[in-house]
Design a protein around this ligand. Structure first.
Ligand SMILES: C=C(OP(=O)(O)O)C(=O)O
Ligand SMILES: [Mg+2]
Length: 559
């Protein structure tokens, strides 16, 4: 049987299914036939077992996950919660019902507090489920540990589960819910987990079923034939060889360079990006450093962060984006007003222009970090919609000592007047995530419209082609820094449309590098032409795939 979903990355995995235990039903509220004291002992014992389990999982995981799990273990034995449970047992409830009610009342309390405290509410649910499962002698919810490598099938994963996934054990991941921008997908991409999300029919898979998880083809194959398993294993070996191959600079088959850069949110990911062959940073999302801040960060703090990143990439290009506040990335010190349509509101350059001091301070900190390091700093502004905004940003950046200043093209308006926009700055970098959202009028965070969020749509590709053409005419670089650059075939199309560099999650670099090396500049243009001429996203992908197969077949016949 073949089950479709959204593949994350290009990996393949073969293994047997272990399902994540489903949420337990609410324990029935009936009087206990046991003595309250006995019920109390049952509850206490289960709470201690769960606390000990969480501690040991934390010790195994280490790092930030250990802190999270140790905090959860403390909650499991929190004296006031124990009291809450005891009170309910006195009233004749069963241990499982008392635990359920006590944790639920605390959860509601936390949820009502909002902010950071409210985020802990989900943790309480998780602990409550674990204690109740232990009381009922049922498998604990959460990631199972069968003692052998397996393919994890779940409705979706909680952040605490994803944080502790053992990558030596979890060969692949299939979720019933979730879209390409869900937390699970983002994490799977970051950790290079072979994953299919949003596979609705995966709820029919049972423990022990053999499956092939084929992320490149958006497919889960259950009960595969021996030939299908052999073919999947051959692809796994091929990919392992690819990963072990020497890391070379990005280039097309004839050697035309296409620098491959990393998208990073802090210098923490720099070493891994360099190991995977990043030739620099194509998008440093600076707002990720300050998501929890209540006030604008000081120049000194910012300078320290930027210096860390630039030092890690000495001799290489680092494209820093000034704060992109708003919509999916709110920064309370820049835009805290409630808006009906935040994606269309005071975000990106609009918010910065509104609070120019913050923009000035950021540019000042960047210029100082540049002066203290040897990287090649480029700075760009997000959410540019007009030539006026482009002129405003570049003039301010140059005034404050930034040598190379450009803009992100992520609105259709900026793409449509790209010739004028590029004439007013040094470079453009296309943010395909937002450009797709605004072109297709489909919220990038909304699962119900996820199908429309497809950068293969020719409407998006035509806008990219306009920017590529303008860049070529003016001799100005046009990079791509949205998720589209991480799709190996689309990456070739983007180069055919005029992209001069590609920036992506570091885990995608190897696949994109291998894909580019298969095609000449003319091949890339042929793929782009076929995709541009299609009527929709699926047709564009299929048309590019057809041209790619023709090229491969012709080459095989010639050799
Ligand atoms: C790279 C982009 O920026 P972000 O995803 O941070 O909005 C984009 O919109 O494509
Ligand atoms: Mg964007």
């Amino acid at each position: 049987m073949k089950i479709t979903g959204t593949g994350i990355g290009q990996g393949v995995a073969v293994g047997s299914v272990v399902r994540m235990a489903e949420r337990l039903p609410e324990p029935v509220d009936r009087p206990s036939h046991l003595d309250p004291k006995l019920e109390g002992e049952r509850a206490k014992a289960s709470m201690s077992v769960v606390a000990a389990e969480l501690m040991s999982r934390g010790a195994k995981a280490g790092g930030a996950a250990q802190d999270v799990l140790e905090a959860q273990a403390m909650i499991a034995e929190d004296p006031s919660l124990v009291d809450e449970v005891a009170n309910r047992l006195e009233n004749g409830k069963t241990a499982e019902r008392a635990v359920f009610e006590a944790f639920a009342s605390y959860r509601d309390l936390l949820a009502g507090m909002g902010g950071y405290m409210a985020e802990r509410a989900a943790d309480l649910d998780d602990i409550s489920q674990r204690v109740i499962a232990h009381l009922l002698k049922l498998p604990a919810p959460g990631v199972p540990d069968p003692g052998h490598p397996f393919v994890l099938v779940a409705r979706d994963l909680a952040p605490a589960d994803t944080a502790t996934l053992d990558l030596d054990q979890v060969l692949g991941l299939v979720t019933v819910d979730g879209g390409p921008t869900s937390h699970t997908a983002i994490l799977a991409r970051e950790k290079s987990i072979v994953a299919i999300v949003g596979a609705a029919d995966a709820s029919g898979l049972a423990d022990g079923d053999t499956v092939i998880v084929d992320a490149a083809n958006d497919l889960v194959v259950s009960d595969p034939s021996a030939d299908e398993v052999a073919a999947a294993k051959a692809r796994i070996a091929e990919r392992a060889a690819l990963e072990a191959a020497p890391v070379t600079p990005g280039a097309l088959a004839d050697g035309t360079p296409v620098p491959l850069l990393a998208n990073l949110g802090s210098a923490d990911g720099a070493a891994e990006a360099l190991r995977l062959g990043a030739e620099g940073v194509g998008l440093f999302r600076t707002e990720f450093l300050f998501l929890d801040a209540d006030t604008a960060p000081s120049i000194t703090d910012q300078q320290a962060q930027y210096t860390r990143m630039l030092s890690a990439f000495a001799g290489k290009k680092v494209v820093v984006r000034v704060l992109d506040a708003g919509a999916d990335k709110p920064l309370s010190f820049l835009n805290d007003a409630a808006e009906e349509n935040p994606a269309l509101g005071l975000r990106g350059i609009r918010a910065l222009r509104h609070s120019e001091v913050i923009l000035r301070e950021q540019l000042t900190a960047l210029a100082a970090a540049d002066a203290a390091t040897d990287a090649e700093l480029w700075v760009m502004a997000p959410m540019i919609a007009t030539v006026d905004e482009t002129r405003y940003f570049t003039a301010l950046a140059k005034e404050l000592g930034i040598r190379v200043a450009g803009v992100m093209v992520e609105t259709p308006s900026a793409a449509l007047v790209a010739d004028h926009v590029l004439a007013a700055c040094d470079f453009a970098s296309i943010g395909t995530n937002d450009l797709t959202q605004y072109t297709m009028a489909a919220d990038r965070l909304l699962g119900t419209v996820a199908k429309l969020q497809d950068p293969w749509h020719p409407a998006v590709l035509r806008l990219i082609a306009d920017v590529g053409r303008a860049g070529a005419e003016l001799g100005k670089p046009v990079g791509i820094c949205g998720e589209a650059a991480a799709d190996p075939l689309l990456a070739v199309v983007l180069v055919g449309l005029g992209a001069t560099s590609l920036s992506m999650s570091p885990s995608a670099l190897a696949d994109v590098r291998a894909s580019l090396a298969r095609y000449s500049p003319d091949d890339a243009k042929a793929l782009a032409g076929a995709a541009l001429a299609a009527e929709g996203a699926a047709e564009a992908r299929a048309a590019a795939q057809a041209v790619a197969s023709e090229i491969t077949t012709a080459r095989e016949a010639a050799s």
